[in-house]
Design a protein around this ligand. Structure first.
Ligand code: ATP
Ligand code: MG
Length: 621
């Protein structure tokens, strides 16, 4: 496993919130291509009618106010994941950076697989990441309707008719098996189909019959007529239309022929006046066909030159994570996780529920950079971006995750009554996290009384060597409260498990008072008052897979599932945490970053928190 973080390391300046905007922009091959095209005016003559369309429509438009147009074209057949987030950040980010526009387009040319649940989730994901689409630069409307490839079926059909008329496409009636064999392979050139020499008139009749439903599904296809001996097998007369009787979610039963993806995609790009069509590396050997098709359609006057160009970048591979929609769907439908937004999933809804912020994902996309070769990114890079983003934003708070009761046995002696409580105050953000020149947020307040909750691991009857927390005779500070001296274990269960720890409060040592430093404490421990602490459910999420590359080779990723990826504990949290709004992020002191669950948390009455990430990187360990 190799890791790859090509961008320059980020320095966390004093109180500067980490963000993709704050990240120094590192040039990459895409930025270089775009800068060169803008400098040379490659697309300067382009016109834009405000809507997608061919040369006749766009020719009547204004000079395009967008310097570049990119697009993000998901197939609405699943939920978007962290890999798509990279693609979204690249496409929308570059458009923003260079005075362009990015189009959100549903690639819904395949009639069988679409679902409005997915359509809506994709719109939500792009919006949540903070991007708007379509329209003109700076005027993009976040409620604009995304484009739909299926709206272009009529135009695609026109393109097919043009190719047929120009002798550049033919209807092939070979069986799919014959076609496969006759395509040849890397060592053998293909063999021409007996139907290849049909006249344009014959092809036109046949193709119209296909459209009119006179032929069975799979009985014939329309193929581009290019070169059966091409070393690139994708140019050996690729199929561009097939017969398929299926009801389409947008066009209903209007069509019984559907364009193939490789034919549809370049036309979609050209209709939308896309300049830079950015995709992942697996499309690299489709590029010659992309160029061939658009060149022919420009020659035919269907589009104006210059056509869009395709550029490929490496897809994101993240350790411990699966980014195949099909495999993610399997985890969801086989109930290995609790739905698409399970906080262990790398779906955008899952990451959001887990507590990831749009800023942290944008920072991540910028930091991993854009490259031309596949590599693995360490999961710790993603977590690091989250920590940087939250370090100066997430208010601090105390929570006790494995509670045991501590009784201050001399409380009434010192304060006059067992019921007496004292208010303690701690900053919501440490001084170093408050931006220079701005007011710190209001301090947190919580109460200390005779009984407080402490972590079970913070008491040892017989301390191991070097142990600095509570053991008989040791002096420790309750963080933000008083200094106490431990006197030993109180009540125990029949099995000898400690139920209560005893200590004495040392008067006049409250944090923030003049006597605070009068007694030296060996350590400060976190705690929550019994009088004002609130019970909370805390979901301790860990990596979903135990294997860094769960689906590499022919591994069964189900076997790599980590049985301990979720541990639920009943904790106590201080009042400021109990009042959290859903989705609000915190740093639980000493434990890391947590978020109030967007679905199950109810402020005050039912606090539910998810662990986003620990304070330190634990992935390599
Ligand atoms: P899957 O194969 O899991 O179904 P996909 O690539 O087919 O995913 P699309 O909906 O077609 O999903 O993808 C939309 C865009 O997102 C495409 O441009 C695709 O290249 C890009 N994309 C998908 N996965 C990744 C990834 N892991 N890293 C970067 N970009 C990705
Ligand atoms: Mg796809």
């Amino acid at each position: 496993m190799s890791s790859n973080t090509p961008a320059t390391p980020h320095k966390n300046n004093h109180a500067a919130n980490a963000s993709a905007e704050g990240e120094p922009k590192v040039s990459n091959f895409l930025r270089q291509i775009i800068e060169k095209d803008i400098a040379q005016g490659t697309y300067a003559e382009r016109r834009w009618a405000g809507v997608p369309g061919g040369a006749d429509v766009q020719g009547k438009g204004q000079p395009d106010p967008a310097k570049i147009r990119t697009r993000f074209p998901p197939e609405p057949n699943g939920y978007l994941h962290i890999g798509h987030a990279k693609s979204i950040c690249i496409n929308f980010g570059l458009a923003e950076e260079y005075g362009g526009v990015c189009h959100l387009r549903f690639d819904d040319t395949n009639p069988e697989k679409e679902d409005t649940e997915y359509v809506n989730s994709i719109i939500d994901a792009v919006k949540w990441l903070g991007f708007s689409w379509n329209g003109e630069p700076g005027k993009a409307n976040p409620d604009a309707l995304p484009y739909q490839a299926s709206d272009y079926f009529d135009f695609m059909y026109e393109c097919a008719l043009y190719l047929i008329g120009a002798g550049l496409a033919y209807v092939d009636e070979q069986t799919s098996e014959e076609m496969r064999i006759n395509r040849g392979d890397f060592n053998t050139p293909g063999k021409a189909s007996p139907f290849r020499s049909r006249t344009p008139a014959e092809n036109l009749t046949r193709f119209q019959e296909m459209r009119d439903g006179q032929h069975e599904d799979g009985s014939m296809v329309l193929r581009a007529k290019i070169d059966m001996a091409s070393p690139n097998i994708n140019l050996r007369d690729p199929a561009i239309y097939r017969v398929r009787r299926a009801t389409h979610h947008n066009t209903g039963d209007k069509w019984c022929i559907y364009p193939m993806y490789t034919f549809a995609h370049p036309i979609e790009d050209a209709l939308e006046q896309i300049t830079h069509s950015l995709c992942t590396l697996e499309f690299e050997d489709q590029r010659p066909f992309y160029d061939w098709l658009l060149e022919k359609l420009c020659e035919g006057g269907l589009f104006a030159s210059p056509p869009p160009r395709q550029y490929e970048f490496a897809r994101l591979n993240l350790t411990y994570v699966i980014t195949s929609k099909r495999k993610l769907a399997q985890l969801v439908y086989d109930h290995k996780v609790n739905g698409w937004d399970d906080p262990r999933l790398p779906t955008i809804v899952g990451l959001r529920r887990r507590g990831y912020t749009p800023e942290s994902l944008k920072l991540f996309a910028e930091r991993i950079g854009v490259t031309k070769s596949d590599s693995w990114i360490d999961y710790s890079t993603l977590e690091g971006c989250l920590r940087e983003d939250l370090e100066n934003k997430a208010h601090r708070g105390m929570a006790v995750l494995d509670p045991v009761k501590l009784v201050l046995t001399n409380w009434a002696e010192v304060f006059g009554s067992d019921d007496h409580t004292e208010t303690c105050e701690q900053p919501a953000l440490p001084h170093s996290a408050v931006p220079e020149g701005s007011e710190p947020p209001p301090a947190r307040q919580f109460k200390i009384g005779k009984e407080v909750w402490i972590e079970r691991e913070d008491f040892e009857e017989v301390p191991p060597k070097g142990y600095k927390r509570l053991f008989p005779g040791n002096v420790v500070r309750l963080k933000g409260g008083y200094v106490i001296e431990c006197t030993g274990a109180g009540a125990k269960t029949a099995e000898g498990k400690v139920i209560e720890v005893h200590a004495k409060v040392i008067p006049n040592t409250k944090s923030g008072t003049p006597g605070a430093d009068s007694v030296k404490a060996k350590a400060a421990i976190t705690w929550v008052g019994v009088s004002d602490g609130v019970q909370a459910e805390v979901r301790l999420y860990d990596r979903l897979f135990s294997d860094a590359n769960p689906d590499a080779g022919d591994k069964d990723f189900i076997e790599a599932l980590n049985p301990d990826s979720l541990k639920v504990v009943t904790a106590f949290v201080e009042p400021s945490l109990a009042l959290a709004q859903p989705d609000q992020k915190f740093q639980f002191e000493r434990f890391g970053y947590f978020v109030a669950d967007r679905v199950d948390h109810v402020a005050g009455s039912k606090p539910v928190f998810n662990r986003v990430a620990g304070l330190k990187d634990s992935w390599g360990k």
